[in-house]
Structure formats: C-alpha cells, structure tokens
Design a protein around this ligand. Structure first.
Ligand SMILES: Nc1ncnc2c1ncn2[C@@H]1O[C@H](COP(=O)(O)OP(=O)(O)OP(=O)(O)O)[C@@H](O)[C@H]1O
Ligand SMILES: [Mg+2]
Length: 234
C-alpha cells in the first residue's frame, strides 16, 4: 500500500515541501497521487494558496477553492497555534475518532485495488501530512503520534540537520515506536546555515535508528533525495 503519514520532528521542518516535491515527481512519473492536510492551523482564506493545503493542491494540479479545501483539509483553524489551542480559540474541539475515520477514508478507497504502471509501481500513492511535530496535542487526550498509530499508516519522519536535530530525531523515533507506529523512512532535510553537515548528521543517525532507511535532501541538489524515495511506491 503506497499511503504514508508525513510527520516530522517539529514545525517548519519541511513536511509540506517534501510532500509537494514527491507529488510533483510522482505526477511526472505518471502516477496519480492524492494528498491531505486534515488539520491546518493559521489558515486564512485570503492567503489560501500559501497555506499547506493550498501548496498541496497546487502540487496536485488542482484548483484552490473552498470545495477542494474542504476535501483535503476539513479541520481548518485561524490561529497559528497548536491544533488544540487553535480549536479552543474558536470554541471548537478536535474529535479524535472523527479525524481517524476521515484519515482512513482518505486512503481506503484508493488502495482497495491498485493498478500498476509499466514499472510495476502503484500509481495511486496517498500522503497525509500531519501537523507540527509528533507530540503536538490535538486535544486534551491525543497527540499527533496517537493519530499516526490509529491511522494504521506507516510514516515518513522529516528531520533536519541543525545542531540539536540528532536528539530531536531520535526522540521522535522512540516516541513513535512506543505507540507502535511504523517508520518507513527518516528524511533528513538539510537545515540552512547549520554548523553540522548533512552527511555527518546521517552517519551518526544510522548508528541509532535500527536499520530504518535514511534519505538525505540537500538544499543544493534536492532531486537525488526525492528520487531515492522511489521505494515509497513499492
Ligand atoms: N529542501 C528545501 N528546500 C527549500 N526550501 C525548503 C526546503 N525544505 C523546507 N523549505 C522551506 O522551509 C519552510 C518550512 O517548510 P514546510 O512548510 O514544508 O514545513 P512544515 O514541516 O510543513 O511546517 P508546518 O509544521 O507548518 O506544516 C517553507 O518555506 C519551505 O518552502
Ligand atoms: Mg506543513
């Protein structure tokens, strides 16, 4: 099944950037991907195209309108805060079971019968972008990692190469494992201006991740990293 939860070590780490790069790459390869950003805070309809959902729709080649936003990002909040806080500002509350049901529906219909292209790849990959890092609260009782685990989807953990990222990445990995969430790959998205090199970050991580695939995205040459993620389609 080519459906993945795209999570990360924190906000602004590159989840949307990676998702859009994969969507564009897969479309160029003849796939028909789908992507969702079910929970979106800091949303303003006036700047919808720069929102995560707007970027995903653009990468999918879809119009950015209210219907499409409702389709891929139904839990939208105005405040640029964690989802629990942003929802509370509007007198709302994220119903975890409803969120999990929505997430499962996102991929259930598309993965029931997967046609393959000439390269033998599934052509209907689905990406679900989470929100912030893995321990971001969704409400008083659940965090993003609970959402990942309950979705039943394997995840891609997006991390950086900034000083301090090693601990953040390994903490996120342990945290996901503790609730039984499967981590298919760690994508180290190069942090600009870091005193730590991308190669050194990956070499050190490899000792501690128990064989999880690690893929490097260099700011100067991102395409090889995107191509190296071809195994996500198998
Ligand atoms: N490899 C990259 N090359 C160039 N720009 C990047 C890269 N990765 C991330 N960025 C930029 O860094 C910023 C933050 O990335 P992005 O929006 O993907 O983070 P995020 O993890 O999705 O954040 P959020 O928690 O808000 O969803 C964006 O402006 C994005 O375009
Ligand atoms: Mg994002």
């Amino acid at each position: 099944m080519s459906a993945y939860f795209i999570t990360g070590t924190g906000t602004d780490i590159g989840k949307t950037w990676l998702s859009c790069a994969l969507l564009r790459h897969w479309r160029a390869e003849g796939c028909v991907p789908q992507a969702f950003k079910p929970v979106l805070s800091g949303f303003d309809m006036a700047t919808a195209e720069t929102s995560d959902a707007g970027q995903l729709l653009a990468a999918l080649g879809r119009e950015i309108d209210a219907a499409a936003l409702d389709d891929i990002a139904p839990w939208r909040f105005s405040a640029p805060l964690s989802p629990d806080m942003a929802a509370a500002r509007e007198g709302r509350h994220i119903d975890f079971d409803a969120l999990v049901s929505f997430t499962r529906r996102c991929f259930a219909e598309r993965t029931r019968s997967i046609p393959v292209n000439t390269a033998g790849h599934a052509i209907f990959p689905v990406l679900i972008e989470g929100v912030g890092g893995v321990m971001v609260p969704l409400n008083e009782t659940h965090t993003v990692r609970d959402w990942v685990a309950a979705s039943g989807l394997p995840c891609v953990l997006v991390a950086g190469s900034y000083l301090g990222s090693l601990s953040h990445t390994l903490t996120a990995l342990e945290s996901l494992r503790k609730v039984g969430a499967g981590v298919t790959a760690i994508v180290v998205n190069e942090s600009p201006g870091s005193p730590v090199s991308l190669a050194d970050t990956i070499a050190t991580l490899r000792h501690h991740v128990g064989g999880v695939d690690i893929v490097a995205i260099s700011r100067d040459a991102p395409q090889p990293g995107i191509e190296a993620l071809a195994f996500l389609l198998s």
